[in-house]
Design a protein around this ligand. Structure first.
Ligand code: ATP
Ligand code: MG
Length: 219
């Protein structure tokens, strides 16, 4: 087990967009996670395997050594650390995959700028409470944060909240729900995360992998 390299990925866009980076390192995953029910996928390299975990669990697996390395969105990493930098977790590469942005969106009949200007308390629903709290604190905007676990777009439509903080890529989900992006908080992409102890103990195997990923990052 000690010679095996375990890579934690989440199904969907992160898995799909990591495949070309793996290919650049000479690694091919044997099975399609959408078709298989396996949670551990072998690769063409007997010493490399992929474990499939929830996107939000990738930092946890890597931090505690359940995986040697993994790929996670900056959103997930910031929420995982709760504003701190997680101990035992290196973030050596911005892989520039799964790109989107973290934004504030509101119902198109809610005057966000006026609410901010007047110093009103704004009710904001989000899954990303750490990022949201930090953003509004930096701006000096008073907010009541409401934690949700999904379908944030519904919150302003039902009167649960005035605004949301969520990931946006094309904006079509917002438009379909009569929401407008009123503020961009930060660009988001996925990062390679590496277990600090593993990098020491398995350096000879991990270093060439990390270098191959670095050389294959999209422009
Ligand atoms: P699930 O959708 O299964 O509940 P999830 O939302 O955590 O899980 P994904 O939707 O695959 O997982 O998102 C994984 C990562 O991809 C996010 O953490 C984020 O960094 C990025 N991402 C999310 N939505 C988009 C998007 N619309 N476009 C590009 N990247 C995105
Ligand atoms: Mg999702």
């Amino acid at each position: 087990m000690n010679d095996t390299i375990t890579l934690a990925l989440s199904k969907g866009r992160i898995f799909e967009e990591t495949l070309p980076l793996l290919a650049a390192a000479g690694i091919e995953v044997g099975e399609d996670p959408e078709k298989s029910r396996k949670l551990i996928l072998p690769t063409n390299r007997p010493d490399v395997r992929v474990v499939l975990v929830r996107a939000t669990d990738v930092p946890t697996y890597v931090q505690y050594g359940g995986a040697d390395l993994g790929v996670a969105g900056l959103d997930v990493l910031l929420e995982h650390a709760g504003g701190e930098s997680a101990t035992g977790l290196y973030q050596p590469l911005d892989l520039r995959i799964a790109c989107c942005r973290m934004s504030v969106a509101a119902r198109n009949d809610f005057d966000y700028a006026a609410a901010v200007q007047q110093g009103s308390r704004i009710r904001v629903a989000t899954k990303y409470t750490h990022i949201a709290r930090q953003h509004f604190a930096d701006k000096g905007v008073h907010v009541d944060l409401i934690k949700l676990y999904g379908s944030m777009e519904l919150a302003p439509l039902t009167g649960l909240a005035d605004a949301i903080v969520d990931l946006v890529s094309t904006g079509s989900t917002l438009r379909a729900n009569h929401l407008v992006e009123v503020e961009q908080i930060m660009p988001i992409s996925s990062r390679l995360v590496v277990n600090q102890a593993a990098l020491k103990l398995k350096r000879a195997a991990l270093r060439p992998l990390i270098d191959a990923f670095a050389g294959a990052i999209p422009a």
